[in-house]
Design a protein around this ligand. Structure first.
Ligand SMILES: [Zn+2]
Length: 163
């Protein structure tokens, strides 16, 4: 059950986001360099939907490859299980991921589990939201906020008109 739930949102591996095909269940990798492009299932040839839910980062090395290679802006939610405001922002990020599927990728970094990432990026308070585009961080803000404000912040950071 947990496996299925996590697969619905996708998982990062060193080369892309691995998602299960909604039609046949086949696991497919959406390469980081091709995020936002139309990709077909390797087995049934149906078009695969872009990731429409936040994806939990499990390894710092996956995170590094993602932000270096992603064709889409990456929104990073630095959070921890004990953080009340993080629980408030989590459903807002789910809305952003769903509404902006194919235009953004939302990932979550548990700073208790991935302490090296939190330290490397100097995360001092959570929740912190950061935006990576073109291989570098282009925006950062601390604190919980509603989905519409998150979207405005992200599109301002990447210099794109809000849609
Ligand atoms: Zn399929």
């Amino acid at each position: 059950m947990r496996e299925n739930e996590s697969m619905a949102a996708g998982e990062l591996d060193p080369r892309g986001v691995v998602t299960a095909c909604p039609s046949c269940g086949q696991k497919n990798r959406l390469a980081y360099e091709q995020l936002g492009s139309t990709v077909r299932c390797a087995r049934c040839k149906q078009n695969l939907a872009a990731p429409a839910a936040p994806v939990e980062v499990r390894q710092a090395s996956d995170f590094d490859r993602l932000v270096a290679a992603s064709a889409l802006p990456v929104v990073v939610d630095y959070w921890a299980p004990w953080c009340g405001p993080c629980r408030m922002v989590a459903p807002e990020l789910e809305k952003v991921a769903a509404r902006q599927a194919g235009r953004l990728l939302v990932v979550k970094v548990n700073t208790d589990a991935l302490t090296d990432l939190g330290q490397r990026f100097g995360i001092r308070s959570i929740p912190t939201l950061a935006v990576f585009a073109g291989g570098r961080e282009v925006g950062r803000t601390a604190g919980a906020r509603p989905a519409a404000e998150i979207e405005a912040f992200v599109f301002q950071a990447v210099g794109a008109p809000q849609r």
